[in-house]
Every structure is written in C-alpha cells, then in structure tokens.
Design a binder for this molecule. Structure first.
Ligand code: NIG
Ligand code: FE
Length: 421
C-alpha cells in the first residue's frame, strides 16, 4: 500500500545515503525542498520531489498537507528512559542548596533510583517506561537509545535490558539498547569499584551477550564513579561481545577520559560539559561523535557543552535528551533543539542536523533514520503551519507538531498518542 503526502510547504533534511556524520561547515547546511511531495511504500520512503513533478499513482492514499512542513523524526541517541519512580525530593534538596554530587555522596542520586528499580517488578517497570516512550513519540522522537544502569546487580540490569527489548518489540519506534553496567558503585561494592567491574564483566556481560540484549556499552567515567583504567577494562571486555562504546565522560571533570574513549573506538562520547584542548584534539583526529545534552545542563545548572568549539574543531556533534530521573527528567527533543540554539549558539540548521542525522549515526541507525532518504523508514514529524523551520527552536516551549508518523503510519496526533501496542 502506497501513501503520498502532497503540498508540503518545506521538506527538510533531504539527503542521499551518507557514509559519515556531518562535521564543521557541513553542519550548517540543511538541504530542503519547498512545495514538495513524499511517497511511502511499506513503511519506507520510496520517492520525494517538487510538487511540479508530482505524478499521481493508481490506488494510493493521497494526503494533502496544505502547507505544513515535514522533517525526519528526532533521533534521541542518549536516554535512560527505563527507570522506576522519580526523584523530585532531590530536586527540592538541590533548590535548598545541596549539589548533585553532595546528594549522590549521601546515597541519593543513581543509587536511590537503583534501590527503587530493584523493588519494582519487571511488569511495572515496563508500564512506567512505556508511558514515557509514548510521551516522547508524541513529541516527535522516532528513534531512541535507552540504557540500563539503574540495576547495578545481575538480575536488575537484565530486567532493565529485557524491558528495553520489549519496548522495541511493541512500539514502531526504533530502539537501541546500551548496557550501562558501570553507572555507579552499589553499596555491596562500597570502596571496591574494581571488584564491581570484575563482577559486571564476569557475571553480567556474558548474559547480555548471550541474550543479545544490547548493541552498545557505557560507563560513567567521573570522579567518585569510575576511573579511566576501569573504563578501559570494562570497554575492552565489552568489545569481545561486539558492544561498541558510547560513554559518559567529562560531565564534571576532565581527566583523560575522552582521549581514552577515542582509543577504544567509542561511537560517541557524551556530556562534555567540561572540555579541554587535548579532548578536542583527540576527537578531531577520530571518527567519534561528540554528544551534547543541554537539558542536563539546564536542569543541573552546569555549563553547556561548548558546541562552537566542537564544530570549529571539525568534530561531528549530536544532540540528545539524557532523559533520566536525576539530571534530565524530560525527553523532549524539541526543547533540546531550542536550548542548543539559545544556550549553545548553534544555528537552527546545525541543531536540526545534530538532532536528526548526526544523532542517527551516534546510535548506529543511520541506514534507517535521521533523514529524508529513499529506503529509510518513513519516521516523520508533520508540523503545524509554521513560517519557517527557524520558528521551531524560536517558539520554544510550544510543540508545533501536528502529527508524528512512524514506519509510514500516524503514531501520534497533537501530542495525543493514538498508537496502541
Ligand atoms: O547522564 N551522569 C550519569 N548519568 C546520568 C544521570 C543519572 C542520574 O542522576 O540518575 C546522566 O546525567
Ligand atoms: Fe546519561
């Protein structure tokens, strides 16, 4: 069955197949067609062009978009969407003067979420997470990476990864799983981070590999969490199971984690709120993608990742939400794009490129998502009538999305999820 969308005011992010993410000046170009049509066959983009070349086909559904803009659905390449409960009390504690690090050192933070998750059944964890997934789909997300990391035991990590697999099966959104076995040091291994890494490598990683539960491996390389040596050991063990690194580095401190992650062929290094010259140099000589998480900077009042320096150094930059209960309780990619423009001085073209095509590369779905390309999934955002695409980040806080289409079908309308798993 074929469907064609006609009278599209502007069709954004049209590309032929790309081999590499965009870097430097490439990020400032957002190719588009005005007055366009887009054809979908079997859930995939089969044709697009200018309206003046549009030829109707027999027996196809024609939808007149009457001047609306179409762009590829967002790719959110870094989230912790599967979690149990919330941490609003820590939010209040921070308002009253405690820092994120102080809360964590008192047993709050990630360990607080891990405790709640261990006490939550797999079914309940699935239901809480499915609700969040439906919310982010309605906000235009068509591909999403989701991490484990709030389990910190064999049983609870596997529980998280199975929930991620079930979400992938039941929703038309593209889901990629990351094994974040080293997110924090649980109380069972207090003062023995090396022992915890050994436990994860010996007791959990083989099961993740055997059940094919993840595509990527992640570690929180940060003072008070894991060292560069521990990161290297963990990532080398993951490589034996073909898990490519996507790592949390340089959120609060820079101490050589970025060059080390580059050495480990990381697909992406994420956070980078603190970035030094040696980090920029290591990245600019590599294929590793830098991922900025501006909602985390906003929510924790920490510096924003220096996007202009990254783009100037010719490093590919992606944007993601970091959706999690502690540092970014929002999975709204529209706000990510707005903040990238407002706080990181990215142009709308750069921000949209970073949140679609480059983010698709940063989660290994560049052949499926992230651009309007023949053969890719028809994962689309159909906007309200907007004067130009710059209006999207400009009109921050408003969702100018009329419909979200996934795999060639409407998945959500006006922030109303209509997809039923
Ligand atoms: O990316 N920095 C480490 N992990 C998450 C936060 C986890 C939490 O606070 O629950 C992040 O910000
Ligand atoms: Fe994160």
């Amino acid at each position: 069955m074929s469907t064609v969308l006609i009278n599209i005011r502007e069709l954004l992010q049209i590309r032929s197949k790309m081999e590499r993410p965009l870097r430097g000046n490439e990020m400032s170009i957002l190719p588009s067609l005005t007055e366009a049509y887009l054809r979908i066959d079997n859930g995939r983009i089969s044709d697009f062009g200018e309206m003046r070349y549009y030829q109707p086909h027999e027996n196809e559904e024609v939808i007149d978009l009457q001047g609306k803009t179409v762009l590829p659905a967002w790719c959110d390449s870094h989230t912790h969407l599967v979690f149990a409960g919330n941490r609003e009390q820590e939010f209040v504690d921070r308002i009253n003067g405690l820092s994120y690090e102080e809360i964590a050192s008192r047993g709050g933070g990630i360990l607080n979420s891990a405790q709640t998750l261990r006490e939550t059944s797999e079914e309940e964890l699935y239901l809480q997470s499915a609700k969040r997934l439906e919310q982010v789909i309605a906000m235009g997300t068509g591909a999403i990476e989701i991490k484990s990391g709030y389990g910190l035991t064999r049983e609870a990590e596997l529980k998280m990864l199975r929930v991620i697999a079930r979400l992938n099966k039941n929703y038309p959104v593209t889901v990629k799983a990351t094994f974040l076995g080293a997110h924090a040091i649980p109380s069972e291994f207090k003062n023995d981070a090396d022992g915890y890494i050994t436990y994860m490598i010996e007791e959990v990683l083989p099961e993740v590999g055997a059940e094919n539960l993840a595509s990527f491996i992640d570690i929180f390389c940060e003072k008070g969490y894991f060292t560069v040596e521990q990161m290297n050991r963990f990532l080398e063990a993951g490589a034996k199971y073909d898990l490519r690194p996507k790592v949390h580095v340089n959120q609060f401190n820079a101490f050589g984690a970025v060059p080390a992650a580059v050495e480990q062929h990381a697909l992406s290094v994420d956070h980078l709120e603190v970035l030094e010259e040696e980090d920029l140099q290591a990245l600019s000589r590599s294929e590793t993608i830098a991922t900025a998480l501006p909602l985390c900077s906003l929510f924790l009042s920490i510096p924003y990742t220096p996007a202009r320096k990254i783009i100037k150094a010719n490093i590919p930059l992606a944007l993601a939400t970091d959706f999690n209960p502690g540092s970014s309780p929002s999975g709204n990619m529209n706000q990510v794009v707005s903040l990238a423009c407002i706080k990181m001085n990215m142009t709308p073209e750069e921000a949209i490129n970073a949140a679609t095509l480059n983010a698709a590369f940063a989660m290994g779905v560049e052949n499926e998502a992230g651009s309007i390309t023949i053969g890719k999934k028809a994962n689309l955002i159909i906007t309200e009538e907007i004067p130009s695409y710059a209006f999207l980040p400009y009109d921050f806080g408003h969702l100018n999305i009329a419909e979200v289409w996934l795999e060639g079908k409407p998945a959500a309308r006006k922030a109303d999820v209509i997809f039923q798993p």
